[in-house]
Design a protein around this ligand. Sequence first.
Ligand code: NAD
Length: 362
Amino acid sequence: MSPQKNYKIAVLAGDGIGPEVMTEVKKVLAAVSKKFFLDFELKESLVGGAAIDAIGEPLPTATLKACEESDAILFGSVGGENWNSLPPEKRPEVGALLPLRKHFDLFANIRPAGISPILKNSSPLKPEIIGNGFHFTVVRELTGDVYFGEKKLEKDFGSDLMIYKKNEVERIARVAFELARNSRQKVTNVDKANVLATSQFWRSIVEEIHAKEFPEIELEHLYIDNATMQLLTRPADFDVILAGNLFGDILSDEAAQISGSIGMQASASINSKKFGLYEPMGGSAPSIAGKGIANPIAQIGSAAMMLEISFGETEAASAIEDAIQKTLEGGLLTADIFTDSAGEQKVSTSEMGDSIIKNILK
Ligand code: NAD
């Protein structure tokens, strides 16, 4: 028998629904550990508002150390009313997440989007557009673009420099092509190369990486304005969408919106060593916190992404994804996706987690 593989995971549950949905992830990881002979060493640490209350800062040194000593970070969500009066840099969202992204150079944001036919009522798209469902992944560059170029705010003008360096485009392009290699072999690059020099440069580097390293992958280009329309009319045609920080920001939110509830949306932010921070797209959802009704699927899906991307445990990751699908197809739905249609049963956070675990262990 091969030796049991050991993975260290920093678990930062945070605020609001964070701890509730993280409880379900811990149960899921225990089931996966049993089934696939994997050993997960979880290091639970304070972050966000919970860390401010206990220690006075949103990202305590001990938490950062626990992350440094781990193979991946599982992040819940942070923020809430109690901390809104603090200056922005001391608030849970800015004071915890941004420093973590910077510290670990998490330049690639990966957001799967999609919907299976069973959830078609929770998407704003028409059923005929959803058809048999769709699934694609948005890869957004996180560390460059207008967000980080030189900024000027004067009396009579304001400007933000849009800039990308060669190595920044190369590394994000590789992430997208590699994902496509393990998916449906297609990358759609989104830019504004008809107007912006930055986009012309970006596109030329994407084409260079494609020709040299991934010629077998299909590559198409869309301008951002066209891409936002195409996503609404033919979502099933996309596999991996590659975009810079600004256009990726817009596209990933649009993708989340057409995919139904935010409670289903997982995400990953990774660096070039495939170390990553895995978190749900949504926030701490204070209005439903403590009620046992939050959808744990975004957090569980984030753990599946961690197994696949950071640990290369593809089989275990697929087992979680399949178990989520089976649970949904069985009609078990949390309040955010429940539509009271025939065959549906409204379940709590823990019932959803239990059903996913049952399907993993089957
Ligand atoms: P939110 O994502 O917390 O909530 C938006 C809506 O989605 C609410 O109706 C909420 O109930 C629902 N929702 C979110 N996750 C859900 C889940 N798992 N199951 C069922 N429903 C879910 O966004 P918001 O209300 O704008 O922000 C609340 C707090 O979270 C704020 O303090 C905000 O700054 C913070 N926030 C944190 C992160 C993060 O930690 N990465 C991200 C976004 C917002």
